[in-house]
Design a protein around this ligand. Structure first.
Ligand code: C2E
Ligand code: MG
Ligand code: MG
Length: 752
């Protein structure tokens, strides 16, 4: 790094020397030229000075653009950063650069500014030009979207993997830009302006001898010497164009020289009163010296300042990257290695293990029902237990072993072993340590073990196998373990196969919606509505939801399936609505993953709007265990659903660990009591619980429905307990929509 900075400095010095040498050469050239100049050559001489002036202006603007381009390399991954990281990067850049502000504009024209936050800048020329043409761009002085000060936007395209992914724009106050084009040539008797390809003056220097405003059309407002108009117009906007002309403006005669500067199709036009050229000629020597001196001074100061800033920024950047690395490598709660760091550690350990010298096992460990720990002891105590556990694991690690905590209570440990006995020994130690050291709560641990036979295997696949083994352990009352075996691999393959066909299956209508009617327990023949349940038909066979829903829940595809089911139900409701049938609410299951989607409720609402079906004909079923995961999110989503007019039910109530007490502040309409409560209708204790749940739900103004009713006995029991509704094979199985329609509307019940 040091040598990079040094070589950076060397570059500055080299550039400084080159510029100085160039100025000295130019000075000598002028000195020599001027000594032989005659009166009539003055214009040519002015042309040359104007030419150099244009070059100076161009290089100053280019310097600024270059510095932005240097920053732009840090923005290639900008859109992948978190919001906080994006803001930090913009602020650091703005602070280090000396620009007023920095704005990153993405491909859609959405901008984030260090100072003023978000804006849409898709139609701004300083976005469109760099983005569409890939060129650097400087805008005219604008009163920014963000500020009342007049600014010029210096924009460069941001490249990511060779493609333009966005635009980085630095805003610089126009007063400074005006100074940049102030060149002070000819004793201040000439002025240089920036003119666009249509002949409009865009930037005016501080020493404006014409006394004009931006937007002034020099070529139209001034009287051009006859014969020169065509030539001038032809040259405007051309690449590498330069030329001169005389004109009269407000009764004064002027001479102008212009040259294009490859930025934004701009030209620098330098203007002087005709009479001033000759007068100045005699003072040329002094002028050249002063010009050279000032330019050198400005350049040197600029280079030194830029150099210092560059160094300071690099230093800060290095410090923050160190912090970031630290942040990325450490689990903030336990201080142990982060999951990413763990993966790198494992790869490193495998890399330096000679073949056949070590056998490793990956252990996936999880605390059973850790949520109950948080629930009983509070979040802080829960965290303390995780830290303790992390310490216990770390304490027993030997050389070339590592561990991590991923998510709440799931740990991975890489251990060395010779025989299975070593593994049992290690697990026993951990279980015992935990038992004695975490006294507040009896932690039940589950371990999935994968004995690694191929050290070149992808670490994530190794972890998947350990996880898979752990997931085969069902609810247990003691800590237990399971080894990975090849049957599980068949399961993984099946999972992968399902993943590879699921998108196609959805597009080719392999998923169908079935409806299972719900009955009123006060009038056993009355159907109150139905629950929509998805079915997958492939090669003439039906795959039950249990075979794909858990997989889709893991890979996120469930969100698409749920939208699909919702839309199918919506289409069907629309048909019945159009026919004037009496409408019944249909409930649709929504998996927990939907809750993380910011647009979840809004999307459902938009589907209803698309088909013009009122939201009150839908009930959204969310399973109970979600409440336990994140009551805060659930409250937000439920309130949103309620505001749009959807009904809400809590599915599988009784299988999670929440209580009605937790749910009492949620706008829940229906409580769906899980069928496991009905396992044994003769069990008095179970009946007592159902009875209490029903009366509590009633007191909270929720309706109750029992799922999985299979016998008349169960029906009678529930009727006696004042349960409102029932759903189950006793009444009807889930059925295709057509069958449901026949069942419900065979007598064409029309809305009264
Ligand atoms: P769930 O939401 O609790 O749905 C009720 C399940 O109980 C359905 O299973 C239904 O067929 C079954 N069932 C109904 N009556 C009886 C009965 O009397 N006895 C027995 N033994 N079972 C009965 P299914 O259709 O296999 O669905 C299983 C689970 O899959 C559902 O449980 C739900 O959690 C999920 N699921 C189904 N469709 C969707 C969907 O479109 N989206 C989401 N996210 N999940 C769905
Ligand atoms: Mg359900
Ligand atoms: Mg259910």
């Amino acid at each position: 790094m040091k040598s990079a900075i040094k070589s950076g400095k060397m570059k500055y010095i080299a550039v400084l020397s080159l510029i100085t040498a160039a100025f000295v050469l130019i000075s000598v050239f002028y000195l020599f030229g001027v000594s032989i100049v005659l009166e009539e050559d003055n214009r040519i001489y002015f042309d040359e000075i104007a030419f150099e002036t244009a070059n100076t202006v161009e290089s100053r603007l280019n310097n600024l653009l270059n510095s932005i381009r240097n920053y732009s390399y840090r923005f290639t991954e900008f859109e992948g950063l978190t919001e906080a990281e994006q803001n930090t990067l913009l602020h650091e850049t703005a602070n280090a650069s000396g620009f007023h502000d920095f704005v990153y504009i993405n491909a859609d024209g959405n901008a984030l500014s260090a100072r003023y936050g978000e804006a849409v800048l898709s139609n701004r020329d300083y976005f469109r030009n760099p983005f569409l043409l890939g060129t650097d761009y400087v805008s005219v002085g604008i009163v920014g979207h963000f500020t009342t000060e007049v600014m010029n936007m210096f924009s460069v395209p941001v490249l990511s993997k060779g493609e333009i992914s966005g635009v980085l724009s630095g805003a610089l106050e126009s007063v400074y830009v005006k100074e940049l084009i102030n060149t002070d040539t000819f004793d201040g008797k000439s002025s240089s302006y920036i003119m666009n390809s249509e002949g409009l003056i865009l930037l005016i220097p501080n020493n404006d001898i014409l006394n004009i405003d931006a937007g002034f059309s020099l070529l139209e407002m001034a009287e051009l010497t006859s014969g020169s108009e065509d030539a001038v117009f032809e040259l405007l906007g051309a690449n590498n164009a330069f030329g001169n002309f005389s004109f009269t403006f407000e009764n004064e005669n002027y001479f102008a020289s212009f040259k294009s500067i490859g930025i934004s199709e701009w030209m620098v036009i330098t203007v002087i009163r005709t009479g001033d050229i000759a007068a100045v000629t005699f003072n040329v020597f002094g002028m050249v010296v002063i010009f050279t001196f000032i330019s050198m001074l400005i350049t040197s100061v600029a280079i030194i300042i830029l150099g210092i800033r560059h160094w300071v920024f690099n230093k800060k950047f290095r410090e923050t990257s160190d912090e970031r690395d630290n942040f990325k490598n450490t689990d903030l709660l336990t201080g142990g290695p982060s999951f990413d760091k763990f993966i790198t550690n494992v790869v490193d350990i495998f890399d330096k293990t000679e073949p056949d010298t070590g056998t490793y096992a990956m252990i996936s460990m999880d605390i059973n029902k850790f949520r109950t720990v948080n629930d009983h002891l509070g979040h802080d105590e829960g965290s303390r237990i995780l830290i303790k556990l992390s310490e216990l694991i770390q304490r027993n690690l030997t050389e070339n072993e590592t561990y991590t905590r991923k998510n709440a209570d799931s740990f991975y440990i890489l251990i060395k072993y010779v025989s299975d006995i070593d593994i049992f020994g290690r697990l026993d130690t951990l279980i015992n340590d935990t038992y004695y050291q975490v006294e507040e709560f009896k932690l039940i641990l589950s371990f999935g073990i994968y004995k690694i036979d191929d050290l070149t295997m992808d670490v994530r696949s190794i972890i998947d196998r350990a996880d898979l083994a752990r997931r085969t352990i069902k609810d247990n009352n003691e800590s237990s373990y399971a080894f990975f075996d090849d049957n599980m691999l068949t399961k993984i393959r099946e999972e992968k196969r399902i993943e590879s066909i699921m998108e196609f299956a959805l597009e080719s209508n392999e998923f169908k919606v079935y409806l299972q009617p719900k009955y009123d327990l006060n009038n056993h023949t009355y159907i109150i509505g139905a629950e929509a349940l998805v079915r997958w038909f492939r090669d003439g066979k039906m795959i039950p939801p249990g075979g794909f829903i858990p997989i889709f829940e893991r890979n996120g595809f469930i969100v698409k399936i749920d939208r699909f089911v919702f839309e199918e139900v919506c289409k069907q409701q629309k048909i019945w609505l159009n026919r004037g049938y009496e409408m019944r609410t249909i409930s649709v299951n929504m998996s927990r993953m939907n809750l993380q989607e910011p647009r979840f409720v809004r999307d459902l609402y938009e589907i209803c709007t698309k088909y013009n079906v009122p939201t009150k004909y839908f009930e959204i079923e969310i399973t109970e265990s979600v409440a336990f995961e994140n009551l805060e999110t659930l409250t937000r989503v439920f309130n949103e659903l309620k505001n749009y007019g959807f009904h809400i039910s809590i599915d599988d109530f009784g299988t999670g660990y929440s209580s009605l007490n937790m749910l009492k502040n949620l706008p829940v309409d229906v409580l769906k009591i899980d069928r496991s409560f009905l396992a044994d209708a003769k069990d008095e204790r179970a009946n007592n619980i159902i009875s209490h749940v029903i009366s509590l739900a009633l007191s909270l103004h929720m309706k109750t429905i029992c799922e999985g009713i299979e016998t008349e006995e169960q029906v009678n029991l529930l009727s006696g307990l004042n349960c409102d509704m029932a759903q189950g094979f006793y009444f009807a199985r889930p059925m295709p929509i057509d069958d449901y329609e026949k069942l419900l509307y065979s007598d064409n019940k029309v809305t009264s």
